[in-house]
Design a protein around this ligand. Structure first.
Ligand SMILES: [Zn+2]
Length: 253
């Protein structure tokens, strides 16, 4: 019989647990303030503000950004890496699409150890994603969950094709886009008959985000409900514009 894993043991994977106490990281390492167990001091409002400011900067600076400029960024350098090596203090859980044009840290101007990212094609929330979000909120004390859809999302487009022409997809792709189909259905039926397909797709992108936000807000488990009720957690939706780089935030309350 397999030994029963403790909760700590279960969560003690290399990717998300603090390193064992006493483990040396070499000379010059570690600011004690970031040792294991430390959580972000930011409120949900402050976290949201940082993302908005970061995106504004991204939109304004993107053309001039160079590798040299990035290496000077205090959130991306050697010291920052060592500072967070023993314990992460992310301030946002970002549920976003795998799309290569939507790199979360870049478009919000963030660096190492700031965003806890759940990413899949179509920014949906399955059991693994939900558990990851709950882990970040309950164990890491993250005050903000942002669900980010984006313009011309291929996964939402595929779901819309299912609605429009009963399209099918090979392998596990069909199953993956299944949770998006209700959003595509809603967008298709809400759009006037002569609506441009790109616009219907964009309606479906936003609807998909809204549904994920609503699902997270109304999930019956107290692990998210309790901090929501106490005002310690916000769950917000957003849509990223591929053309101009801006993020439109919605469902802020
Ligand atoms: Zn996408």
């Amino acid at each position: 019989m397999m030994p029963k894993l403790s909760r700590r043991g279960f969560l003690g994977c290399a990717c998300c647990a603090p390193l064992a106490a006493g483990m040396s990281l070499g000379a010059g390492a570690i600011a004690p303030a970031h040792a294991a167990g430390k959580k972000t001091d930011l409120t949900a409002d402050q976290a949201l503000q940082l993302l908005k400011e970061g995106n504004r900067k991204f939109v304004a600076d993107a053309p001039e950004q160079t590798a040299t400029a990035q290496s000077r960024d205090p959130q991306l350098n050697h010291e920052r890496r060592l500072e967070i090596a023993r314990g992460q203090t992310p301030f946002t859980v970002l549920v976003s699409c795998s799309d290569s044009r939507v790199p979360p840290e870049l478009l919000f101007g963030r660096g190492l150890g700031e965003l806890f990212i759940v990413r899949n094609a179509g920014n949906t929330v399955d059991t693994a994603a939900l558990g990851s979000i709950q882990y970040a909120v309950a164990e890491l004390g993250v005050p903000l969950v942002l669900v980010l859809g984006h313009e011309r999302c291929g996964a939402v487009d595929a779901a819309l094709s299912v609605v429009e022409k009963n399209a099918t997809f090979p392998g596990s792709i069909g199953q993956m886009i299944e949770p998006i189909v209700p959003a595509a259905l809603q967008a298709r039926s809400a759009a006037p008959a002569n609506t441009n397909r790109d616009d219907v797709l964009d309606m479906a992108v936003r609807e998909n985000v809204k549904r994920v936000v609503t699902r997270l807000r109304t999930a019956s488990e107290p692990i998210l409900l309790d901090p929501l009720k106490a005002g310690k957690l916000r769950i917000v939706g957003a849509r990223y514009d591929l053309d101009d780089g801006s993020v439109d935030f919605f469902m802020e309350s």
